[in-house]
Ligand binder design. Structure first.
Ligand code: FES
Length: 109
């Protein structure tokens, strides 16, 4: 059963496509890494699921689907993934769930 806490980035990293562009051939893995880095920097933690094709718009990649809304972003630039993190945080906020946040340890003097 899926709930609000199942928010995730579904990143296509498909490299298989002899005669057509695939997300992996135009930076899918770099997008996945950039999302991971952006979340670590902000202290938020969504799951990143790597897929071998989202089934459509392959020529528009790198493609990233936001779960559970199903919104798909095309042509994602790994240098500019902050907007996707904002979008998923907003969706989670609207769903009423608290985003999972890394708990930092405050220095004690
Ligand atoms: S190759 Fe990425 S959506 Fe199909």
């Amino acid at each position: 059963m899926h709930g609000a806490n199942d928010s995730a980035f579904i990143v296509c990293v498909n490299l298989r496509g002899a005669h057509r562009q695939t997300c992996g051939s135009v930076g899918g893995e770099a997008v996945a890494q950039a999302l991971q880095d952006e979340m670590a920097e902000r202290g938020v933690n969504f799951e990143i699921r790597k897929f071998r094709c989202l089934g459509r718009d392959c020529s528009l990649g790198p493609n990233v689907r936001l779960a559970p809304s199903g919104d798909v972003a095309h042509g994602v630039d790994p240098q500019n993934v902050g907007g996707l993190v904002d979008q998923l945080l907003q969706q989670q906020k609207e769903s009423g769930a608290d985003p999972e946040v890394y708990v930092g340890i405050c220095p004690v003097e």
